[in-house]
Design a protein. Structure first.
Length: 282
């Protein structure tokens, strides 16, 4: 209750034009490291994505170290396949080169960016489209050119409304068993990206609601509309430091079933616990 009152009061103060501490950028510079450590990190690499990233020596790429293991866990099964990959946010183009090396010779690598200059990073098996990730028509038109995707990584504007728009347009169009990754979600807490702690409209808060929608077939509550599509098409939502990974279905309606036949005489104890209100399972 106290937290909700604080949030409402803070919002009113901000609307009145006064600054508060909510959403101040905290830690971006604190965690920066120089690339002269890359050779040491390459020697310590624990997975293929780390080996590819720390041996990269072409266009500039910039990733948080802990993302690399998460990428490897989520996408290793696509290596060596005819995977269609998209990264939102190209900048200098180095990240696309990393993914090209990691996914292998059969991968189609696509990137979108609002900057015209990013088009210059195109090369063999890397296609780049100028696209405004905050404009629905721009996103949809580009998706129609790229075709169905297997992996999407959102490293674009980091603005919640853009992240939500892209997810809602791209994810339903992705192939089954695809993976959608949004990185740098710490920006959801920073005012410079229209974020803040528990601020509605950020991608972090959106995904908290998405967890409920994924479980909608268990919920009877007027506040949550039945969302059969989300329940059947989101297999998992994983939060890790700075990343949200969403795995696409298909997912059949769940069921449970017993196995084995030997049981213990628990009924008398269960009835006693039920009578005392300490046993709620039917």
């Amino acid at each position: 209750m106290r937290s909700r009152v604080y949030q409402c009061a803070t919002t009113l103060v901000e609307k009145a034009g006064f600054k508060t501490r909510r959403g101040e950028t905290k830690g971006w510079e604190r965690f920066a490291r120089t690339s002269d450590q890359n050779s040491q990190l390459l020697a310590q690499a624990a997975n293929e994505m780390e080996r590819v990233y720390y041996s990269h020596n072409d266009r500039v790429a910039h990733k948080w170290h802990n993302y690399l293991a998460a990428y490897d866990r989520a996408t290793a099964r696509f290596r060596g396949t005819q995977v269609n990959f998209l990264e939102i946010g190209v900048c200098h183009g180095g990240s696309l080169q990393v993914w090209k090396s990691y996914l292998g010779a059969d991968a189609a690598i696509n990137g979108i960016d609002i900057l015209k200059t990013s088009k210059q990073a195109e090369e063999d098996r890397i296609r780049i489209y100028q696209c405004d990730s905050g404009n629905k028509k721009s996103v949809v038109d580009t998706l129609n050119e790229i075709g169905p995707l297997d992996i999407t990584v959102d490293d674009g504007s980091h603005i919640g409304s853009h992240q939500i728009l892209c997810f809602e347009e791209i994810f339903p169009r992705m192939r089954d068993n695809g993976v959608y990754i949004v990185e740098d979600i710490q920006c959801s807490y920073w005012r410079s990206f229209y974020g803040g702690y528990k601020r509605r409209g950020t991608f972090v808060e959106y995904c908290k609601d998405l967890i409920d929608r994924m479980h909608s077939w268990y919920i009877s509550d007027d506040r949550l509309d039945e969302d059969e599509w989300t329940a059947r098409n989101i297999r998992s939502i994983a939060f890790s430091d700075g990343l949200i990974t969403i795995e696409k279905g298909p997912k059949n309606e769940p069921f449970h079933v017993r196995a084995g036949w030997r049981s213990l005489p628990i009924e008398p104890e269960v009835e006693e616990l039920k009578a005392s209100g300490r046993w709620l399972v039917e």
